[in-house]
Design a protein around this ligand. Structure first.
Ligand code: CP
Ligand code: NVA
Length: 331
């Protein structure tokens, strides 16, 4: 299938419902092949650059392992190691990388950088998170939901927390494209931009998805098939702990919130990493300064039968592999 050959993957905006389903189903096939140890070296002999400005566990490892499984060589280019950003422009970097590599995975701050890379590289560019979007994450989340529920259309997904961040925004676009019912439950200060909501509402008319943005917890979480949350402070906004804790403490995903859904089988989802214990440096700092041991989710919910967070994490591998194979496989 050459639906996506030669295309970049930058936001979900440019991809149709058909393309999103194609990527999720391809990921499921690749996952089954990997479990059965059936080789799938669709990118044999290719070289892939991984240009990362921000840290990463899942995304970096998913790109790396996916490259090796597909027969390609991954080259990790951390910001400190390359000229990009200090001595060389994004455009020039894009042209140089495009002359040597067959594809580029990018993680960083500005969405405009990943767009510029795609404009000038001449090879597919994949967005592994920017301040605005995290589209490969959504594919893994949707695969995880489809594995449990058998479908996406009509599933009630509720995102609780920072409604403006990259993950919330990408889920909004993705859900509106595939006809999932999607609610963002967050304080008014953290509602997604009106422009994004209007964009999603328009898509939703076609896909028959029901989009709700609300600060009312009881009403919004009721009837959820899945509750999704993300960190209250994203990478690059580390000066915002105080204000976010004040705003978001009522929106913590805890047992009470799970009960409010009225659904015994409700799934709990999180893109990870997550602040739910004191084992991390940031966790301890937050405890010392603000006296709270758990932030966006309690350890109890995180570790409960509701939680599918490690399926999501694993599915990052299979979905990123699908994106690379679909956009770069030369038949
Ligand atoms: N979910 C996610 O993107 O995790 P990393 O920051 O570890 O890549
Ligand atoms: N919103 C988070 C997602 C991390 C995967 C961040 O940008 O830090």
């Amino acid at each position: 299938n050459d639906l996506l050959v030669g295309k970049s993957f930058l936001t979900l905006k440019n991809h149709s419902e058909e393309e999103i389903h194609y990527l999720i189903d391809l990921a499921a096939e690749l996952k089954a092949m990997k479990k059965k140890r059936i080789p799938h070296r669709y990118l044999e002999g290719q070289n892939i650059a991984l240009l990362f400005e921000k840290p990463s566990t899942r995304t970096r490892c998913a790109f790396t392992v996916a490259c090796v499984d597909l027969g390609a060589h991954p080259e990790y280019l951390g910001k400190q190691d390359v000229q990009f950003g200090k001595k060389e422009s994004t455009r020039d970097t894009a042209i140089v990388l495009g002359r040597m590599f067959d594809g580029i995975g990018f993680r960083g701050f500005k969405q405009s950088v990943v767009e510029t890379l795609a404009e000038y590289a001449g090879v597919p560019v994949w967005n592994g998170l920017t301040d605005e979007f995290h589209p490969t994450q959504v594919l893994a989340d949707f695969l995880t939901i489809k594995e449990q529920k058998g479908r996406l259309k009509g599933v009630n997904l509720v995102y609780v927390g920072d409604g403006r961040n990259n993950v919330a925004t990408s889920l909004l676009v993705g859900a509106a494209k595939v006809g999932m019912n999607f609610r963002i439950c967050s304080p008014k200060e953290l509602f997604p931009s009106e422009e994004m909501v209007a964009y999603a509402q328009k898509l939703a008319e076609e896909s028959k998805s029901d989009i709700v943005i609300s600060d009312n917890i009881d009403e919004t979480v009721k009837g959820a098939d899945a509750i999704y949350t993300d960190v209250w402070v994203s990478m690059g906004e580390e000066d915002k702990f105080k204000e976010r804790i004040e705003l978001l403490l009522p929106y913590q995903v805890n047992r009470k919130m799970i009960e409010k859904t009225g659904n015994e089988q409700v799934m709990f989802l999180h893109c990870l990493p997550s602040f739910h214990d004191l084992e991390t440096e940031i966790g301890r700092k937050v405890y010392e300064e603000y006296g709270i041991k758990e932030m966006e989710v309690t350890d109890e919910v995180f570790q409960s039968k509701h939680s599918f967070v490690f399926d999501q994490a694993e599915n990052r591998l299979h979905t990123i592999k699908a994106v690379m194979a679909a956009t770069n496989h030369r038949q």
